[in-house]
Write a protein that binds this ligand. Structure first.
Ligand SMILES: [Mg+2]
Length: 255
């Protein structure tokens, strides 16, 4: 599969490890996004990080020089598509989930929930685990924003939303429905925005490469984040590999 089908193509770009790493902008990434837009490509940012409200993520992108209003899709938004209008939701996660389910027309509650949505939350503790798993045991559906076991930090990998989800699932004995990359709810959300052809750019073969596969999009792997060496097996189909987004865009549009 070719990486890019010319003007009008949709580029779906991961954030952590592509646009920034450990909170520091990846050199050349903002300019590369500008080049893509100038060349007629649509750019959407797709992140599994569910904690931050969308405006915070847009603001972070603006600070590194990328205009991103309306262009950010999060796993919290994908999880909210699995909730119905008017449902009562216990949020075991961050303000990004509260925002997404509220915008969906659901009601955030602390008890008597129809749905429990779990995502990354640095304040997760035994009490929250007991509240979330208790609601699931009493019949609430269990939805995870994402199943990433870890979150990259300057001090190395730390437990991610998937690890907290695993605790709630284990305590309640239920299998969760997972919304984020590489799973179908996030793919449906992105496809609804950008159409049915395009390219996913990311730094992880399992989440981003798997997401490209779920979407039926090409996958451009960048080595500016989690993956330092391209895989030698063919578990995930990779259309192009580049050191970073700037090099990938140079390869497509010409240096
Ligand atoms: Mg990433």
């Amino acid at each position: 599969m070719g990486l890019d089908e010319g003007p009008g193509s949709a580029w779906v770009i991961d954030l952590d490890g592509v646009m920034w790493l450990d909170g520091v902008a990846v050199v050349g990434a903002a300019a590369a996004v500008e080049r893509l837009r100038a060349a007629g490509r649509s750019v959407t940012f797709a992140t599994n990080f569910s904690y931050a409200p969308v405006a915070v993520t847009e603001q972070r992108l603006r600070r590194i020089g990328v205009e991103a209003a309306g262009a950010v899709v999060t796993s919290a938004m994908a999880a909210a598509t699995l909730v119905s209008v008017g449902e009562r939701v216990l949020v075991c996660g961050g303000p990004g989930i509260v925002e997404a389910v509220t915008e969906r027309g659901a009601r955030v509650v602390e008890g008597g929930a129809d749905v429990v949505v779990v995502g990354y939350d640095p304040d997760f503790d035994y009490g929250r685990l007991a509240a979330a798993s208790g609601e699931v045991i009493r019949g609430a559906r269990l939805i995870g924003t994402n199943d990433d076991p870890t979150l990259p930090t300057p001090d190395g990998p730390m437990p991610g939303g998937g690890s907290l989800l695993a605790a709630v699932a284990y305590a309640s004995g239920r299998t969760p429905l997972v919304a984020g990359k590489p799973h179908p709810p996030m793919a449906d959300l992105v496809r609804g925005r950008v159409g049915s052809t395009g390219v996913v750019v990311g730094d992880r073969c399992d989440t981003d490469g798997g997401f490209a596969e779920t979407l039926g999009f090409a996958f451009g792997l960048v080595l500016s984040g989690s993956t330092k060496v391209p895989p030698t097996d063919d578990a995930v189909s990779i259309s192009a590999v580049a050191a970073d987004l700037a090099e990938l865009v140079d390869a497509v549009l010409g240096a």
